[in-house]
Design a protein around this ligand. Sequence first.
Ligand SMILES: [Zn+2]
Length: 577
Amino acid sequence: MQDLARFTTAFSLFVCSWLISPFHPPVAAQQPVLEAADLAIVNANGLACDAAMSRFTAVAVRDGRIVAIGQRADIEPFLGRTTQVIDGTGMTVTPGLIDSHLHFLGLGQSLQMLDLSQADSWEKIESMVREASLRIPKGTWIEGRGWHQAKWIAPPKGDVDGYPNHKAMSLAVPDHPVVLTHASGHASFANEAAMKLAGVDRNTADPNGGELLKDSDGNPIGVFRENAQSMIRRAQLQTTERLNDEQFRATVLSQIQLAGRECLKHGITGVHDAGSTFATAKQLKQFAESGQLPVRLAVMIRDSLEGLAAQMDEGRKEDVGNGFLSVRSVKVSIDGALGPHGAWLLEPYSDLPTSSGLNTLPLDELRKIAKLCKERNWQLCAHAIGDRANREVLDIYEQVLGEQASSDHRWRIEHAQHLAPSDIPRFGKLGIIPAMQANHCTSDAIFVPQRLGERRSAQGAYVWRSLIDSGAIVPNGTDAPVERVDPRASLYAAATRQLPSGDVFYPAQCMTRTEALLSYTLWPARAAFQEKQVGSLEKGKRADLVLWDTDLLNCTPSKILTANVELTVVAGVIVYQ
Ligand SMILES: [Zn+2]
């Protein structure tokens, strides 16, 4: 945790100048300090986010846990000569935020690759790739992520249904294989060099659950949807040098450091990683044990039925490295995303009546994985976006859990974006947790009514209010690197559903401000079986907290978007200022 140590040292020097000495009690004159706290914050506007939504002004921590919380007098006995006391100057303290669905290593990797999310035309993306090809050795893969045709001012030249054709880029960048992932993660673009390595030509058929887009002459245009992406990924794996153990360790470390820094500066102290391999989890365990994980990770494992069955028992990990790592969940994906028409719907798309989306995992396979999870007491987290996908998962969960549906299984549906009205109350009733990313709502809002039509959008799109009212909790997140990891957009979206244009997307489904805050604290903690350790600030819990310059609960809504993190504390240590 070298970088973090550096943060801490630099910050300690800075903090000394505003350590408020009057708050150091005249120790000798008063009652003796029995067990001095390591760190204390006083004069704070504290939001504990516990069941009672308690307020506090002072908190003291020792050995990574909260030893006292309440008013100044409550923490006084813990202030010793060695206690670092920070004057909160009335600023707001919340629990460290928890992003309940992102791709942690993918976030690190994305910070290393071309960010295409701001490009407003395909031509801009072509020139970014051309530029990269000048500094990257020939033959090496150029990777990019985040393009979305809905963000472009005009469709690209020679487009097919708005998607780009590879021809111009293949001419401009002939010597580097290029793979550019769609913002949704559910489609990829490849140039000719990449397609050659993958053995793709006009005779290549669509794989199960995937599609290669072709032009009117039957030639692939370079866009691979859903499972078809694996053709390119496989080629990339085969041509990228196989990593030995040390290279793998170094790669994972560089990715978690980059991702961790990005999280901590946004006040994120814990994340639920939505899909890693057992091999990665094993590596993460070593980092957790040596204190090198920058944030707390609850990892969902993605593997085949056979792979899961063989490795689940050995691969389960709880509370490793003082609560920095747990591995007890399985991730599966049953459909695609709405943007590229991959979400699996009960009725066809309003703007593509020939399609109802894609089912990316056979239901029988899902049922077997669910039975396995139930048997071994693992949590199951299924990605489902369309209303059909959600219904199928709910049905299978209900059948497989049987009488245990009323137990504390905490099985989840990731995204749960579009629900048939009759399925909404089933979440609360069956104890199934819809883990939804509020920023998806406001960034997808521009095309949701086109894809689903007005009726389906109004009844079932991102229905947080209806879900909460029928007894479900809705943990929030960003799905980074699909979206930026910055939690402010999701907190704001949860409370307002307001788009940059000023339009509000079905405002009746807003969360309250309190619920929005819970969706980033106590609810995600519960969704990972960690509510006794993190997610709220209470005596005995782990000392993960954030000092904000803005009162997230009472500020005018637009101020949420500009709130700054003043400092982030993980396990009682200041890791970001
Ligand atoms: Zn995801």
